[in-house]
Design a protein around this ligand. Structure first.
Ligand code: ATP
Length: 250
């Protein structure tokens, strides 16, 4: 379970995210959408413990990300849209390395299963330099899933994937949620978000402009529409006043 309470992030005087609160329960997929610069990546990076919140608290499976970062990160996986891989580790070595890092049992059969699930068969001994962009994205996802995280953060997870891989990745995400993982998917692909999310959070200028199930969001604007229409109406109508930074900044 992921809990975000009164989270704010300032970069110097710039307020990227302003006092947002939400939670994602085990088994739930939350779609995170918003215009460029809305604060989506900032929010994901703070949940992942990569950047500290200026204000507020974030917990992963009950562990405060700031107070207890190791315990929180053990339960978490973050797949960014720019996969960071090790130049001198092969596909299988990546999985072994992540297995050791997280103290995962039965790494070899789990790695073999993930290599098959991500269609990386035949590339076990390849270095990242010999992988296509989509294959790198799949390897990053495989490494993230190896330790069966309780919280899974995905930033544009379909970037670079071909149509077959897109379908498989959607199934993988859904299967992880069905197995009890709390998932946040941030994407500009509104059809993906609409298809796989239980709830959607619309972030605008660092504020929550709307959060709810698709039918609730549609009802709130009175439109019989898809998420694109809902998105355009909500983001177009949302105006938030400028925010002064707090006294103590991080
Ligand atoms: P996009 O859809 O374009 O990826 P986003 O919703 O992920 O956007 P963020 O990357 O979180 O948005 O950025 C939110 C705000 O914070 C923007 O105003 C951005 O300029 C600012 N910002 C992000 N990272 C930094 C940084 N490292 N230093 C200063 N400002 C930053």
């Amino acid at each position: 379970m992921i809990e975000v309470q009164e989270f704010s992030k300032y970069y110097a005087e710039t307020c990227a995210v302003n006092r947002i609160s939400f939670r994602v329960d085990a088994g739930e997929i939350l779609g995170l959408v918003g215009p460029n610069g809305a604060g989506k990546t900032t929010t994901l990076r703070a949940i992942a413990g990569i950047i500290p919140p200026t204000l507020g608290h974030i917990t992963i499976a009950g562990h405060d990300v700031r107070a207890n970062p190791l315990a929180a990160k053990r339960e978490l996986a973050f797949v960014s849209d720019e996969p960071r891989l090790f130049d001198y580790l092969t596909v299988r070595e990546h999985l072994r390395f992540f297995g050791r890092l997280y103290g995962t049992d039965d790494v070899e059969p789990k790695a073999t299963a993930l290599i098959a699930e991500m269609e990386l068969g035949g590339k076990e001994d390849a270095l990242p330099g010999a992988l296509s962009r989509g294959m790198k994205q799949k390897l990053a996802a495989a490494c993230a899933l190896l330790h069966a995280p309780k919280a899974l953060l995905l930033d544009e997870p379909l970037t670079g994937l071909d149509p077959v891989a897109i379908r498989r990745m959607k199934r993988t995400i859904r299967a992880r949620a069905d197995a009890g993982t709390a998932v946040i998917v941030s994407s500009h692909l509104l059809s993906l978000v609409e298809e796989i999310s239980n709830r959607v959070l619309v972030l605008v200028q660092g504020h929550i402009a709307a959060i709810g199930r698709m039918d609730e969001l549609k009802a709130s604007i009175g439109a019989k529409a898809d998420l694109e229409e809902v998105f355009l109406r909500i983001t177009g109508a949302s105006e938030f006043p400028p925010t002064n930074p707090p006294q103590e900044k991080t």
